[in-house]
Every structure is written in structure tokens, then in C-alpha cells.
Ligand binder design. Structure first.
Ligand code: ZN
Length: 312
């Protein structure tokens, strides 16, 4: 199997991780964290979401956060936008890219956005036009594409129809999200390959959750199916909405460590990411979820027991 020599990782903790925390993180701390993440070498960071402040109070300071970040030319800052009002706020705050959220199934869409999947897409038309006019990048996402907690598997016909409608809207980059950790490597390969075959012009990325311990295996299946873009969250922050104690996003340090061990370059300073993860774990011990924070890196060698005895 030929794996790529390098991949791109988008850090999503400031949006996906923080939105799951109940206690409010002061704006200055959010800005500081994002500045530190930029310093790690991430070239794209999902920094916030321009939802209604009442919907996610944690992210009510979206504009202030964006405006406070020490920008670097080659680092793209992305935000989620649910509607035109959110998009206008995001543009005013100076975002580089926006992402639209969409659920693959009607029941998940209704529980999240109060309307069915294709009705939600109708509202996207004005957003895409506005984003194109303002030269802000725009991408789409498909939540629960690898399995819905209400409906189970999503049919390939439906997935193809959603991709087709995204392309009709003028969106050529899609994030495929395993929102509740129901994917497996075979499913990932089958769905990604089928989308690639039908729409070779679409850029795809994977947003994997480690809810059932499958995320890294799924990332490898993604690589094998030609994916080179992944989302992850430092410290593994960001839970599973239907299982309060379950893991959510794959931890950035786990994904980066795994890829680098395989000789696949990420361009990110793993030690710096681990330091941030450590800090977050101390701040939010019940939310952090990361193998590398627990076990350390493979390259952290230890003295064998006998040698320790002799030294002691
Ligand atoms: Zn997520």
C-alpha cells in the first residue's frame, strides 16, 4: 500500500472542543490557545462558530476571538456559519474560510437545525453567493455520513445526492464527519471511493470521532482511499452529544503521532501540541481524551527495570 508522504491537519479544538464545555473560557484564554496552536505549525484552524449566542453561549465571543488572534499569512482561520447573519458577522470579523454544517439524515438534521436535510440546503444558496462575493472561502460538511444515531446507515444514493447538490451550489470541498463514531475502515473506504468515482472534482476531508476507538484505523482507511486532509482536536476535546462520558474528536497529538510514526509528514511540532494538550487536560480533566497524553510518544524510551534497580 502506497501512503502519501504528507498530510494536512486542521485543528478544531477552539470550535468543536470548546463548544462541548459548559464552563465559559474567557476570550483572552481562547485567543492565547489559538496563538499557541498557530505556533505549533497548523496551517488551518477552526477557531469558532458564528451561531446565535444563545444557542452556544461558549462561543458568544466569536468576533472578539477572531479579531484578537495574532494572524500569520499562511494560516487560514475557519469558522462555522449556520445562516446569513452568522456569515456577515464572520466576514466582518475577518475570517478566511467558512464551513456550512449539514446532516446526512433528516432526523439528525431536524434535531440539529430544525429542518430536513434538503430544506437546510435550500438556505445555503444565498450564503454561497455572499461568500463568493466577499472572496471568503466556503466549504460544506456532512455530519453522521458514516452512521446516524437515529437512523443507522445512510444509503449511498442519498450521500451521492447530497454531494451533487453541494456541487450545484458551487461548493467543492466537503468534510465527511463521523459525528458519533459509527464508522469503520471498510465503510470509510467504500463511501470515500464511491464519492471520488462520482465526483472527482470534490476535495474531501475526514472529521473523525474516537467514540468507539476506531478513529485512527478509520484515518488509515481514509489515506488508503486517497484522503490527505483531516480534522482533529488537541487533548481530544469535544464530546459525543449522545453519550456524555464517551470520547469525541480524535486527539491531534494521537493523529499526528500516528502519522509521523508511519513516516507521513504533518508539518506540525508534536511536542508543542502535547504541551497544549497537557495544559487542557489539567484545566478540563473530565473532558480530555488522548492516548499520547497518557502513554507518551513511542520515542520516549525508558530505562529497563534492572538498569533502574542498579541506578537506585
Ligand atoms: Zn467533531
Amino acid at each position: 500500500m502506497n501512503y502519501p508522504t504528507e498530510v494536512n491537519i486542521t485543528e478544531v479544538c477552539p470550535r468543536d472542543g470548546f463548544q462541548s464545555l459548559s464552563e465559559f473560557i474567557p476570550t483572552e484564554e481562547k485567543i492565547q490557545l489559538i496563538n499557541e496552536l498557530i505556533d505549533c505549525g497548523f496551517k488551518q484552524i477552526e477557531v469558532t462558530s458564528f451561531v446565535h449566542p444563545k444557542a452556544i453561549p461558549q462561543l458568544k465571543d466569536a468576533s472578539e476571538v477572531l479579531q484578537g488572534i495574532k494572524r500569520k499569512k499562511d494560516v487560514k482561520l475557519r469558522a462555522l456559519v449556520p445562516n446569513l447573519r452568522g456569515l456577515e458577522r464572520a466576514i466582518d470579523a475577518g475570517v478566511d474560510k467558512v464551513k456550512l454544517m449539514l446532516s446526512a439524515t433528516d432526523s439528525h438534521s431536524i434535531s440539529n437545525a430544525n429542518c430536513k436535510t434538503f430544506d437546510a440546503m435550500k438556505g445555503f444558496e444565498t450564503l454561497v453567493k455572499r461568500a463568493h462575493d466577499s472572496s471568503v472561502g466556503i466549504s460544506g460538511s456532512i455530519s453522521v455520513i458514516f452512521g446516524c444515531p437515529f437512523e443507522g446507515d445512510v444509503s449511498m444514493d442519498r450521500i451521492i445526492e447530497i454531494c451533487k447538490r453541494y456541487i450545484d451550489l458551487g461548493i467543492y470541498n466537503l468534510s465527511l464527519a463521523d459525528t458519533t463514531g459509527m464508522a469503520n475502515p471498510i465503510k470509510i473506504k467504500r463511501i470515500v471511493e464511491e464519492i471520488h468515482e462520482n465526483f472527482p472534482e470534490l476535495g474531501l476531508s475526514l472529521h473523525l470521532h474516537n467514540t468507539r476507538g476506531m478513529a485512527f484505523a478509520n484515518a488509515i482507511a481514509g489515506l488508503e482511499a486517497g484522503i490527505k486532509d483531516f480534522d482533529s482536536s488537541v487533548g481530544g476535546l469535544g464530546g459525543c452529544p449522545y453519550a456524555p462520558n464517551a470520547s469525541g474528536n480524535i486527539a491531534s497529538e494521537d493523529l499526528i503521532h500516528g502519522f509521523e510514526e508511519m513516516g507521513i509528514k504533518t508539518g506540525i511540532d508534536l511536542d508543542k501540541v502535547i504541551n497544549i494538550g497537557d495544559k487542557l487536560q489539567k484545566m478540563f480533566p473530565s473532558y480530555a481524551n488522548s492516548f499520547i497524553l497518557k502513554a507518551g510518544k513511542c520515542s520516549d524510551l525508558h530505562l529497563p527495570p534492572i538498569a533502574q534497580e542498579k541506578l537506585g
